[in-house]
Design a protein around this ligand. Structure first.
Ligand code: HEC
Ligand code: HEC
Ligand code: HEC
Length: 467
């Protein structure tokens, strides 16, 4: 009890001091960061705004440490802000000096907080009101984001007026070794890759079903139910890593997994390699394409990975819109896109509208409490890989290309309607209850993301088209 008055006293002191320090400018400007002249005037302004208003919580090691940080409570609060803030956006000296570029993910997150007026945090502004962003400053930041994005390779196919969008069109053509693509295609569809020759990759990643099995969870060898929903294989080259929890670093590493997984293809790699070696066509193809290594696990998974890189579904209606054909979208779809940009692109950005980061399922509300059923190991998400508590329930953000075909939704496949998935996202990620009109418009927008494979819309692709 003796500590109590002391705590109260310092709280009072902090409360009193914050506004005073604000008024008389005791906080001081940050002198630690050299202002290096950038190529653009916009950037210099943004750099200054961020150094003035954001670094306290977003630049580890650059804390201005105002004198009141010595008060125990203020210090704790600031340390917590710094930890949480810089986990989401880390502003390093190299960014300010221009040695490093802001990544598309950083730009998407910054755009989100500016559009939603959520930074600096309201609690902080209550005490540092001079640190709120003015309308001018917000415009400067948004204009700079457009400028940065326009420099990126991703936006090169976008029409001039859309180069600054958080979502960029998929390329219409990808340069790959055509022979490896066709070898990988054959392997992807070959049942010899499973233990009892019943399953191929396409069993769970049917290219005519949006690259999925359209089932709640995967069904593996001998009818075994897997623990998790099959994600699409289309546009996976845009993922920062593979699997819902990111446990495979790339497509090649990923492809080794299902073959040997006892509840998926249930095979032994040595046996698969032996089986494939019996096939004359494979003998020839591997001798030609991998002369030094021949046919082995590494070359088989390499060919599959090259094939998967070809699974890019360009030319959706939305992409044609971004390329400048603005008549492609209805006004509802355009309004849906506007809602999506305000609410969703901090996580679903980039060419595939996802795959750039791991995010918590349930940022604002506990999704798992709302859902029926017990918690499963798969629900742990990224935690299963890192074993760090901070990663529990984090998942790689799924790509939203062709989303109308990749139902049911979420890692647990628990939701079959796209509208319902959008509603849940609003609730658990943003704590927003969208009305039916808003949900319908966002859904309409999402349905414009269905692209083409082999020159045909995925919505109409048949088995004959892909043979
Ligand atoms: C008082 C500390 C504080 C200040 C000042 C502050 N932030 Fe933050 N920021 C946080 C914290 C804490 C989080 C993480 C929790 C959250 O998102 O609310 C965060 C999160 C963010 C995120 C990530 C949002 C996401 O998608 O998760 C961005 C981007 C961001 N801040 C930008 C800024 C910018 C730009 C400024 C300056 C204009 C700024 N912040 C000033 C504390 C701060
Ligand atoms: C029995 C069903 C099944 C089979 C067969 C199967 N997969 Fe999968 N695949 C899944 C499931 C389920 C996941 C998600 C697993 C996870 O994240 O833990 C997945 C994940 C993936 C991913 C990661 C996508 C992403 O967004 O993270 C790729 C790529 C992939 N599979 C390709 C393949 C290839 C290539 C084969 C054949 C060698 C194959 N799969 C065979 C069910 C299957
Ligand atoms: C904080 C990051 C974040 C925000 C904001 C966010 N999402 Fe998501 N979204 C995710 C994650 C993570 C998942 C995967 C969750 C899971 O499977 O458990 C997901 C899944 C989805 C899915 C299902 C995809 C699939 O293949 O299963 C849809 C659809 C979706 N989001 C749409 C939206 C829409 C629309 C918005 C805006 C209203 C939105 N998201 C906002 C992170 C986010």
């Amino acid at each position: 009890m003796k500590r109590f008055p002391l705590v109260l006293l310092s709280l009072l002191a902090v409360i009193l001091f914050f506004p005073i320090s604000n008024l008389i400018g005791l906080q001081g400007k940050n002198e630690l960061i050299p202002v290096v002249l950038q190529s653009s005037e916009g950037y210099n302004k943004v750099s200054q705004i961020m150094q003035d208003k954001c670094v306290d919580c977003h630049a580890p090691g650059m804390l201005r440490k105002p004198f009141y940080s010595a008060f125990p409570i203020a210090k704790q609060l600031m340390e917590k802000d710094m930890e949480q803030g810089s986990a989401r956006l880390s502003l390093s000296i190299k960014l300010f000096s221009g040695e490093e570029a802001f990544t598309p993910l950083m730009l998407a997150r910054i755009e989100h907080v500016i559009r939603n007026d959520s930074m600096p945090p309201a609690q902080y502004l209550a005490m540092h009101w001079t640190d709120s962003l003015s309308a001018d400053e917000k415009q400067i930041i948004l204009a700079w984001i457009v400028e940065e994005r326009a420099k990126s390779l991703w936006s090169q196919d976008a029409a001039a007026e859309f180069k600054g969008e958080p979502i960029t069109p998929l390329p219409l053509k990808i340069e790959l070794d055509a022979d490896k693509v066709s070898l990988g295609d054959k392997l992807f569809h070959d049942r010899l890759l499973s233990g009892d020759n019943t399953l191929n990759c396409a069993s769970c990643h049917d290219l005519t079903r949006g690259g999925t099995d359209q089932s709640k969870v995967a069904t593996g060898i001998r009818g075994q139910q897997g623990p998790i929903n099959s994600p699409t294989v289309y546009n996976t080259m845009y993922n920062l890593a593979q699997f819902w929890d990111g446990r495979a670093k790339d497509l090649q590493e990923q492809a080794a997994g299902p073959v040997a997984n006892p509840v998926e293809m249930g095979a032994l790699w040595d046996e698969v390699v032996e089986k494939l070696k019996q096939v004359l066509e494979y003998q020839d193809a591997f001798a030609k394409l991998y002369p030094a290594q021949g046919l082995n696990k590494t070359t088989v998974t390499d060919a599959i990975a090259v094939f998967e890189q070809s699974l890019v579904t360009g030319n959706s209606r939305f992409d044609r819109y971004l390329r400048g054909n603005t008549a492609m979208l209805t006004s509802d779809e355009i309004q849906g896109y506007a809602l999506f940009k305000t609410n969703c692109t901090s996580c679903h950005a980039g060419p595939a509208l996802g795959g750039l980061s791991y995010e918590k399922m349930g940022v604002k509300r506990d999704y798992f409490k709302m859902r029926d059923g017990e918690l499963t190991e798969a629900d742990n998400g990224r935690f299963n890989v890192t074993k760090q508590e901070k990663d529990r329930h984090f998942f790689k953000v799924p790509v939203l290309r062709n989303i109308e075909l990749t139902y049911p939704y979420f890692h647990d496949g628990s939701v079959s309607s796209l509208k319902e998935a959008v509603r849940i996202m609003g609730e658990v990620q943003l704590n927003k209850a969208f009305n039916n009109d808003e949900i319908a418009k966002m859904e309409a927008f999402l349905r414009t993301l269905t692209g083409e494979y082999k020159g045909k819309s995925l919505a109409r692709l048949t088995v004959e088209d892909i043979q």
